[in-house]
Design a protein around this ligand. Structure first.
Ligand code: CA
Ligand code: CA
Length: 285
């Protein structure tokens, strides 16, 4: 009992045996440590014996983490830009900035490989500001090319969304590049919004005060809870490309898409459909 509050403790245990798992105390502790992390990954409150395969897994993870750190130091990341068009007029309204890792040997590394690791290791915090700055710099260039009112969509990861300085960082980027807040859109996934409801409400309020637009990313693919749509003050739904790809495929999938669109209209939300690749898809939307 701490200060009158009952605290429940749990333990995850990693077990390493001498001499199979290490020749000295240091080696044994390292092995036990790896086994403990496996126990945690398996859902906590468990125990695991160390095995050589764990060593292999931990090593390849470490290597990937190492090269991620190098990549950050060497500026091996680039942003690519996906255009967004207004369907009715065909007018270019802006761009979404997407992060890519240009590995010196392996080539372009797919985002689903490195973004979860960036999140897990919190290295995303070191990249986040660069993404904001680089995106804003590019937007300034796009404005000259395509018109003053271009908007930039930035993906904000769950870790970034949970950081108190997010709004200050965005404000600084707006100021230093002379951008209007209305030209900036922040995309957050459902899972980022659901991790801490109180914090989410506060963060959304701060973003709104700043004047940027907020979109729910990949709508319909995560743990969608329709109840929160009413609570959270957002501007856009982004329909995941998997739903767009189903246009023309089967009637049932189209019904799902129709329902998402109808829901958005009724809730007075704007819609961005991702991954439109054919005229048929665009006509249907
Ligand atoms: Ca996105
Ligand atoms: Ca998306």
């Amino acid at each position: 009992t701490l200060d009158g509050v009952d605290v429940t403790l749990g333990a995850s245990v990693g077990i390493a045996c001498f001499p199979e798992c290490g020749q000295n105390v240091e080696g044994l502790l390292r092995s036990a440590d790896m086994a403990m992390y496996e126990a945690k990954r398996a859902g906590r409150q468990q125990y695991r014996f160390f095995s050589p395969e764990m060593n292999g897994r931990a090593r390849s993870r470490l290597m990937l983490e190492e090269s991620l750190r190098h990549a950050i130091e060497n500026d091996d990341f680039v942003l690519v830009y996906q255009p967004q068009f207004e369907l009715a007029s065909g007018r270019l309204r802006g761009f979404e900035a997407l992060l890519r890792w240009q590995h010196r040997v392996a080539g372009t590394v797919a985002p689903n490989v490195f973004i979860p690791l960036l999140e897990e290791t919190r290295l995303i915090n070191r990249l986040g500001e660069w993404i904001f700055r680089e995106g804003a710099r590019q937007l300034a260039e796009f404005k000259q090319q395509f018109g003053e009112d271009m908007v930039l969509s930035l993906n904000v990861s769950p870790v970034q969304f949970g950081m108190p300085q997010l709004v200050t960082d965005l404000q600084r980027v707006l100021d230093s590049h002379g951008l209007k807040p209305s030209q900036l859109e922040v995309e957050v996934t459902e899972s980022a919004l659901m991790q801490d409801l109180e914090l989410t409400q506060a963060q959304l309020r701060h973003l709104r005060e700043l004047g940027v637009k907020i979109a729910i990313d990949d709508f319909g693919t995560g743990h969608s809870s329709l109840g929160y749509l009413r609570q959270f003050n957002v501007d856009f739904l982004k329909i995941d490309q998997s739903f767009v790809a189903m246009i023309g495929a089967d009637v049932l999938s189209r019904h799902i898409l129709d329902s998402i669109i109808e829901l958005s209209v009724k809730l007075n939300l704007d819609i961005v459909a991702e991954g439109v690749e054919t005229e048929e898809q665009s006509d249907y939307l």
